[in-house]
Design a protein around this ligand. Structure first.
Ligand SMILES: [Cu+2]
Length: 351
């Protein structure tokens, strides 16, 4: 097979799986051996703006720009000891002070200037690998950052999608197990369909020296992490992060979009909402959604978008349906739905 024919085959294959269509900017250029190869073009960058950072489970507002821009992201690593369960404290390592780290939101084609700062009170160096990056290590090597220092690198967000980011300093597993992960959304050029609520839910498991409920300060157990036997499996960094006063909220008839990530470091999540059916599940933006889904896998180091309309009032319960994790280890959150009863959809015989 000649080189030209070979490259033609590659283009055809890329087109068939949608890669060329997604870029909308692939062009053919001569290579050194006069063959043609597809390369990605990048859009014109107009203006610049600072990324909006908010606290989970909130996410920044949808992007309304119709052009690419330079987005400046300032993210700070903070090592902080906080509650992980009632009466239990854990020494977290975080992006931005919380687990998961700040939700990052950019648009397809944006040029991202990423500033990673490591707080001066940190004990160890950190970095960041963003799965939205096309380039070596997802930025990890470029962002090796000692305590009190800052690193800068830039990338173009080529592929729309919802991506995990995490620290990739050795020992990588330990940095992730301490809470160093979050999500970055690269919106497609036309944006996402409007919904009434967008929330950020990210699962992760924690390996403590003590057992479940064992009180006081508990440090990381490398032995339990190696055995993949977590003490806690939680949403958003602690047991009860999304229950009681902290439950997510909606009214009947409203639509909810959950950006669901899984930091791992080890477990795959079987994400389920008790009392609901997902109208749409997207494993990738631009992919055809799957409809009417009861439970969806969210791989470690992966993310999924689920959407549903809430129809009746009550508490919906988000779980990892590997169910001992939910009721015994913490992987449980709530959505408090208010509104009028709709007995034609759900009714209780009170006689
Ligand atoms: Cu780290």
């Amino acid at each position: 097979m000649s080189t030209t024919r070979h490259n033609g085959h590659i283009q055809k294959t890329l087109a068939s799986i949608g890669l060329i269509a997604v870029t909308a900017g692939a062009i053919l250029v001569p290579s050194t051996d006069d063959a043609t190869i597809p390369v990605r073009t990048t859009p014109e960058i107009r203006g610049e703006e600072a990324a909006v950072l908010v606290v989970p489970p909130n996410v920044p507002p949808p992007i309304t720009r119709d052009h690419a821009t330079k987005v400046i992201i300032n993210l700070e690593v903070v090592e902080t000891t906080k509650r992980i369960a009632d009466g239990v404290e854990y020494p977290f390592w975080t992006f931005g002070g919380d687990v998961p780290g700040n939700f990052l939101r950019v648009r397809e084609g944006d040029l991202v200037e990423f500033h990673l700062r490591n707080h001066e009170t940190s004990v160890v160096p950190h970095n960041i690998d963003l799965h939205a990056v096309t380039g070596p290590g997802g930025g990890a090597k470029a962002t090796f950052t000692l305590p009190g220092n800052e690193s800068v690198f830039s990338f173009t967000a080529l592929n729309p999608g919802l991506y995990v980011y995490h620290c990739a300093m050795a020992p990588v597993g330990m940095h992730i197990a301490n809470g160093m992960y979050g999500l970055i959304l690269v919106e497609p050029e036309g944006g996402l369909e409007p919904v009434d609520h967008e929330y950020y839910v990210m699962q992760g498991e924690f390996y403590l020296q003590g057992g479940v409920g064992e009180q006081g300060y508990q440090s990381f157990s490398y032995e339990k992490a190696l055995a993949e036997n977590p003490t806690y499996v939680v949403f958003n960094g602690e047991v009860g992060s999304l229950t009681g006063d902290r439950a997510l909220t909606a009214r009947t008839g409203e639509t909810i979009r959950l950006f669901v990530g899984n930091g791992g470091p080890n477990l795959v999540s079987s994400f389920h909402v008790i009392g609901e059916i997902f109208d749409n599940v997207y494993t990738g933006i631009g992919s055809t959604p799957t409809h009417n889904v009861q439970t969806t896998l969210v791989p470690a180091g992966g993310a999924t978008i689920v959407e549903f309309r809430v129809e009746v009032p009550g508490n919906l319960i988000m779980v990892d349906h590997s169910i001992f994790r939910a009721f015994d280890k913490g992987a449980l959150g709530m959505i408090n739905v208010t509104g009028d009863d709709r007995p034609l959809i759900f009714d209780v015989d009170r006689d």
